[in-house]
Design a protein around this ligand. Structure first.
Ligand code: NBP
Length: 480
């Protein structure tokens, strides 16, 4: 027998509980369930008054509480728990019911699950949900992938509970099978790059310019009123502006400088390697976190390895502040250009037909990388859906052209002063490599042909060629 709740949420940790509250607050009847029932009881006791919420204890009760086709959102830890929960639910479902994985699953797992449940006449939606607990409660950015017909059954609920910007929901159908989780993965990768660029700008302002933390907080606040206007710049001003009550120091000075990561940035970089997409900014951001994690090794190296010490350098050389702002913006444009190029390559590889302008649109609200800047990306793809690289769009092209002198000064200054800025530097190297019609890779091909007879192509005639390096040094065409 079917119940009356329009949707169910199982997995009531931070994300699931807040998502269920968001649904109920919109007047949409929601059934809630968790492996350990205490979480369900607590949620219903504390927040059940906010809207129509039905607590259930067993999987049977949970499934029975839902109208048909049943819509079941799983908000459990990514990996084996998703398979365990999906299998447990599937045993009680009927053809046409819809399993929805709202966690940060790997897109290849989602592709496998979509196929597996299709064979069992069930529908599987893998959806990215961004914005952390605050987003889940007040309106996240939602990136659903799977069968379009299945999405149609949940669209009204998802588009109601999502964040809205300019009257539009930050939720749209992304594409088949793993497309939603892929786009969420790249979103997280871009978040890594954005954060790394901000951190490098902070380091430069502090040790390259010589400013104190409260002054830097104020500068980020000012930057947030211009082109850099974004959630991450806004909260950087807040974090830097926070004083530790115990010591009276800036809080950032008493936090251990060892960054953690859960894996979505690494997955993005790994898939870029698989696809052969140059994704330098995100990848450097992942490596920078890995380097930061080597706390003890760094402490030993600081006593041993030669080089300028960033601390105690220039004092109050404010001429660099505007340069750092420009370098940050130019590097950010590159990071996004790379992330969107990766999604474009994945769209072709996996046959997803991603609408990249729509992806930028649904990231304008509810998620961690929400920013004014994203509107420009949507405009660019609306104007040219086949755009190959955002750097070629007049707005971004001109912004980077205007910033590039400052960008080069900042990178030179950082290198001379021993301040590591891997994302700024690699973004600039990508820019210079991308705008170079003829680079040095011909030598790579020559070397490969020398040691491995891998052949090369010539600029002046078609075909593959091999030089008999060790014999008589003559050239032979190999595909004639
Ligand atoms: P967690 O990722 O910490 O997962 C905890 C939930 O998973 C609990 O409800 C737990 O039940 C349940 N669970 C586990 Br673990 N193993 C289970 C199993 N074998 N069977 C049934 N239930 C199981 O929760 P979260 O931080 O709310 O995140 C949920 C998803 O959303 C994750 O994929 C996460 O990556 C993603 N996400 C999180 C954030 C964030 O800011 N936290 C943001 C965006 C996306 P129990 O209570 O009985 O132990």
């Amino acid at each position: 027998m079917a119940g009356e709740s329009r949707i169910g949420v199982t997995g009531l940790a931070v994300m699931g509980a807040n998502l269920a509250r968001n649904i109920a607050r919109h007047g949409i009847p929601v059934a809630v369930h968790n492996r350990s029932p205490a979480k369900t009881e607590e949620l219903v006791r504390e927040f059940g008054h906010e809207g129509p919420m039905t607590g259930t204890t067993t999987v049977e009760e949970f499934v029975a509480a839902l109208e048909r086709p049943r819509r079941l959102v799983m908000m459990v830890k990514a990996g084996p728990p998703v398979d365990a929960v999906a299998e447990e639910l599937a045993a009680h479902l009927e053809p046409g019911d819809i399993l929805i994985d709202g966690g940060n699953s790997h897109f290849q797992d989602t592709r496998r699950r979509v196929e597996h449940y299709r064979e069992r006449d069930l529908r599987f939606i893998g959806t990215g949900i961004s914005g952390g607990e605050e987003g889940a409660l007040n309106g996240p950015s939602i990136m659903p992938g799977g069968e379009r017909e299945a999405y149609a059954e949940i669209a009204d609920i998802f588009e109601t509970i999502a964040a809205h910007v300019d009257g539009l929901p930050c939720c749209t159908y992304v594409g088949p099978d793993g497309a939603g989780h892929y786009v969420k993965m790249v979103h997280n990768g871009i978040e890594y790059a954005d954060i790394q660029l901000i951190v490098e700008a902070y380091d430069l302002l502090r040790h390259g310019v010589g400013l104190e933390v409260p002054d830097i907080a104020q500068i980020f606040g000012e930057w947030n009123t211009g082109d850099l206007d974004s959630f991450l710049i806004e909260i950087t001003a807040k974090v830097l502006g926070k004083t530790d009550a115990e010591t009276g120091k800036p809080l950032v000075d008493v936090i251990v400088d060892q960054a953690e990561q859960k894996g979505t940035g690494r997955w993005t970089a790994q898939d870029a390697l698989e696809l052969g997409v140059p994704l330098t900014a995100i990848t450097e951001a992942v490596f920078a976190r890995s380097l930061s994690a080597l706390l003890e090794e760094r402490a030993a190296a600081a006593q041993t390895l030669a080089g300028p010490a960033p601390e105690g350098g220039a004092r109050e050389d404010r001429s660099l502040v505007d340069d750092v702002q420009r370098a940050l913006y130019a590097s950010k444009v590159v990071a996004y250009a790379q992330g969107f190029a990766q999604m474009s390559a994945a769209s072709g590889q996996y046959d997803w037909s991603l609408d990249l302008g729509a992806m930028a649109r649904i990231w304008r609200g509810g998620c961690i990388i929400r920013a004014r800047f994203l509107g420009r990306i949507t405009d660019a793809y609306e104007e040219d859906p086949n755009l190959t690289n955002l750097l070629m769009v007049p707005y971004f092209r001109d912004a980077v052209a205007e910033a590039q002198d400052a960008w080069r000064r900042v990178v030179s200054h950082a290198v001379a002063r021993g301040i590591a800025v891997p994302a700024f530097t690699s973004a600039l190297a990508y820019y210079d490599g991308y705008r170079r019609e003829r680079g040095p890779a011909s030598l790579i091909q020559g070397l490969r042909d020398y040691f491995g007879a891998h052949t090369y192509r010539r600029v002046d005639k078609p075909g593959s060629f091999h030089t008999r390096w060790a014999q008589d040094g003559t050239e032979a065409q190999t595909d004639a």
